[in-house]
Design a protein. Structure first.
Length: 315
């Protein structure tokens, strides 16, 4: 193996970067705050149902992303939902195979990055992460949402302000599990409502369980902002009431819960596909560089890794 790199964040952007660095023979350790991989390509199993409560589906237009999606489709991890693509059996499924050679350190919230004589160190609130290679990483990639990337980049002594410029809309997501099939007339619906932006019958996606209905409701950015600090119980009750009014559905859900995405969809991107400082060997990527899409996150992480390899004589 060549150099050893650190990637902070195991969403599509960080994993795409890790994948490309691994493919060029570099070792990568990925630090991830959560237990699972995939970030906002998220799947929750609860109450006997499976919900994609973050990204609903994704498009694949660019050559490199299309090629990855074709590989994942051949492996049965991506399928078609109408014209669009979804992970199978859930949106988080592709994340687990994106960078199989990378070492993943889960449940590790990185709070600062320090450059030293022998390389980069990655620290949490408890001090330097006790992980092989820490203190000697050849470079670091920050692949977390912009409001979380800005302080990490600042801790590394970086003065680039792109992460501070990018903004996100929040989103309250309501997950509803019905033991029997509901009367919803369509599998996906944009009702044009002030409170609810999107209703999806997740159970209509390929590879899902056929019994009952798993439904995901996304609130609009305006409603989510207005109700941002409510409890999940309050948000769930309000969104369920509006869901009933809009759809006429009267059945009682066997499971209902709300999840708040504080940083859901990029509203104002940084305007550069990635950030890369070849002297410091510090990079940043994510959907916030380009736009609010899974493919944008892939493009950002993949192209940052391409730039690193292009400026890395040791590869
Ligand atoms: C409700 C919702 C609906 C969406 N719908 C769609 C859609 O239909 N189609 C589409 O293409 N896109 C959609 N998106 C957007 C899409 O999910 C994102 O653009 C994409 O997944 C972002 O990937 P990323 O790698 O940039 O960031 P993320 O997926 O957010 O990954 C960042 C990772 O960093 C981790 N992290 C954060 N801080 C730290 C830290 N300090 N230390 C360690 N780890 C950290 C996080 O836990 C996370 O795993 C939706 C998003 C949401 C929330």
């Amino acid at each position: 193996m060549g150099e050893h790199w650190a990637v902070i964040g195991a969403g599509m952007a960080g994993l795409a970067a890790a994948r490309r660095l691994n493919a060029a023979g570099l070792a990568v350790t990925v630090f991830e705050k959560s237990r699972g991989l995939g970030g906002r390509m998220a799947t929750r199993r609860a109450g006997g149902f499976r919900f994609d409560h973050g990204a609903q589906y994704f498009t694949a237009r660019g050559e490199r992303f299309l090629s990855l999606v074709e590989t994942l489709s051949a492996e049965g991890l991506v399928g078609r939902w109408g014209e669009d693509h979804v992970g199978m059996p859930g949106m988080s499924a592709p994340a687990r195979v994106l960078a199989p050679q990378a070492t993943v350190v889960g449940e590790c919230t990185v709070s600062s990055l320090t450059g030293g004589a022998h390389g980069w160190s990655v620290s949490t609130a408890d001090g330097p992460a006790a992980t092989e290679g820490n203190g000697t990483f050849a470079g670091v990639i920050v692949a977390v949402p912009a409001p979380q990337a800005a302080p990490l980049l600042a801790s590394a002594g970086c003065s680039w302000d792109g992460a501070a410029r990018a903004t996100y809309a929040p989103c309250w997501a309501l997950m509803l599990g019905f033991p029997a099939r509901t009367t919803l007339s369509q599998d996906r619906l944009r009702p044009g409502d002030a409170a609810i932006a999107w209703i999806a019958r997740d159970s209509s996606k390929p590879g899902r369980d056929a019994s009952g209905d798993a439904i995901v409701v996304h609130a609009t950015p305006a409603w989510s902002r207005e109700h941002l600090e409510e409890t999940p119980e309050q948000a769930a009750a309000a969104l369920l009431a509006r869901f009933r009014e809009l759809t006429g559905e009267t059945a009682e859900p066997g499971f209902a819960a709300a999840h708040r995405w504080r940083y859901a969809l990029v509203e104002q991107p940084a305007g550069a596909p990635f950030f890369w400082d070849p002297a410091a060997r510090l990079g940043a990527c994510g959907d916030w560089c380009i736009g609010p899409r899974v493919e944008a996150a892939f493009d950002s992480g993949d192209s940052l890794a391409g730039a690193i390899l292009g400026s890395n004589p040791a590869r």
